[in-house]
Design a protein around this ligand. Structure first.
Ligand code: SAH
Ligand code: SF4
Ligand code: F3S
Length: 440
């Protein structure tokens, strides 16, 4: 019997998390066990991200630390994969700097990992397998999900948008959508296992289905999924503002399981910068979409991604971003400092912004966001909210934690028998980041 175990560390977004769940699923199906102890693992896998420079620096730091482990245990197999590896010459550079790495593969051929593993076991060294082109969609890979309460379901891969700052289209390939019946079957099998919540994943979910024949729109897909018995909550990310059409809003409004939380990345509030970013909407168009969403979906929470310090961003441009954030009154936001990425058009643009200015703007933006999240969260005081109980609270294990339909984190006193179930929580205190209360 195979008693070997593996350790996976994942950086980056839910796409990478889902890929790691598949790597884990494949390894378990051939008899390996998952471990959280890196030091004693037989296989270590690093699933990397390159969306910002910081993400890459973390990978280098962590790889350096493996040198000693490999020295002490030459049998250890080290694999590095994910988005970072899809960049030109990256795999070769990694092997050069970290010659103890055994296997490198990319995002398009992760499903072949067991094959590469076998080759190493037969004595092959420094395997580098990167495909520049995607292989279409490979269905049927076992998934070992992190949670048995909520899970990701990828509906489409890749991205065609080529926002000028972003490396994702280069490392994840062109848009391709899964067939709706495959998505439905996956969700049905999750329901059988007791899952209560699913998040539909894609880099631009509302352009789902454009390459399918016959075409299926994102709104149609939402309606089909809403009809699946047993699933309690449906979320999706990430929609693109330019594709947030009325039929999607209508579907969200009419489908009872779709949660009242829309993550709608804006990136900048300046129409001039949005143009340079190739986002294909103006500040006014974005605000119009937000307004429609708010009018159609009562108590909806809106969150976003914002980049500060894009090349050429002036103080006036940045003030447009602050103004937009104040108008939308976001429930929360991922705020990023612009990071140059090789091979993207923005990297070649003049007028790069100094680190000092970027940090100063970042802090001012975070203040505005924290202000609106605190304000929005206060509206929950005294209310009873439906919460999907996910487990024990991270900071205080006498409490439970879960999320509202609007995606708010709730720490509360309650019965641990309800983990994995929906319950109602009376909210008695709030701050910018979470709500607290007691089960009723
Ligand atoms: N497809 C999603 C998210 C992709 S990456 C979308 O379009 O919204 C997640 C976030 O990282 C982006 O929304 C953007 O805010 C940020 N990001 C991407 N490239 C970046 C860069 N070069 N510098 C800083 N932030 C970046
Ligand atoms: Fe990147 Fe833009 Fe595609 Fe999102 S939509 S993954 S930000 S190129
Ligand atoms: Fe990073 Fe790749 Fe996601 S670059 S953000 S892990 S798609």
């Amino acid at each position: 019997m195979n008693t070997k175990n593996f350790f996976i560390e994942t950086w980056g977004c839910q796409m990478n998390e889902e890929d790691s769940e598949k790597l884990s699923g494949m390894l378990k199906s051939i008899g390996y066990t998952k471990t959280t102890q890196k030091d004693t693992a037989d296989i270590i896998i690093f699933n990397t991200c390159c969306v910002r420079e910081n993400a890459e620096l973390k990978v280098y730091g962590n790889l350096g630390m493996l040198r000693k482990l490999k020295k002490n245990n030459p049998e250890l197999i080290i694999a590095v994969c994910g988005c970072m590896m899809q960049q030109k010459n990256m795999a070769k550079d990694i092997i050069k700097r970290f010659p103890f790495v055994d296997i490198i593969f990319g995002t398009h051929n992760a499903y072949k990992f067991p094959e590469y593993l076998n080759r190493v076991r037969y004595g092959e060294k420094s395997i580098i397998e990167i495909q520049n082109k995607e292989d279409g969609i490979v269905e049927g890979i076992p998934i070992d999900r992190e949670s048995n309460i909520k899970g990701f379901v990828t509906i489409m891969y890749g991205c065609n948008n080529f926002c000028t700052y972003c490396i994702v289209p280069y490392v994840r390939g062109r848009e391709r959508s899964r067939l709706p019946e495959n998505i439905e079957n996956e969700i049905k099998s999750m329901v059988e296992k007791g899952y209560k919540e699913i998040t539909l994943l894609g880099q631009n979910v509302n352009s789902y289905g454009k390459n399918l024949n016959p075409k299926v729109s994102f709104a149609q897909l939402l309606r089909r999924i809403n009809n699946i018995d047993g699933i309690e909550r449906i979320r999706f990310m990430t929609p693109h503002p330019k594709d947030f059409t009325d039929d999607v809003i209508e579907a969200i409004k009419q489908c009872d399981k779709i949660c009242e939380h829309i993550h709608l990345p804006v990136q900048s509030g300046s129409t001039r910068i949005l143009k340079k970013m190739n986002r294909n909407y103006s500040k006014e168009q974005y605000l119009k979409v937000v307004d429609k969403i708010k009018r159609s979906i009562p108590n909806v929470a809106i969150t976003t991604d914002i980049i500060v310090g894009f090349p050429g961003e002036t103080e006036l441009d940045f003030e447009e971003t602050l103004d937009l954030a104040k108008k939308v009154q976001y429930d929360s936001a991922f705020t990023f400092i612009y990071s140059k990425r090789k091979g993207t058009p923005a990297d070649e643009m003049g007028e790069q912004i100094s680190d000092d200015i970027k940090h100063e703007r970042f802090n001012r933006l975070v203040d505005v966001i924290n202000n609106s999240s605190a304000k929005n969260n206060k509206l929950y005081l005294g209310k009873s909210e439906e919460v999907l109980v996910e487990g024990l609270s991270k900071n205080d294990n006498t409490k439970l934690m879960g999320r509202t339909r609007t995606g708010k984190l709730v720490n509360f006193l309650g019965n641990s028998d309800n983990i994995g179930k929906l319950t109602n929580v009376h909210i008695n205190s709030t701050n910018s980041f979470s709500l607290s209360g007691e089960e009723v």
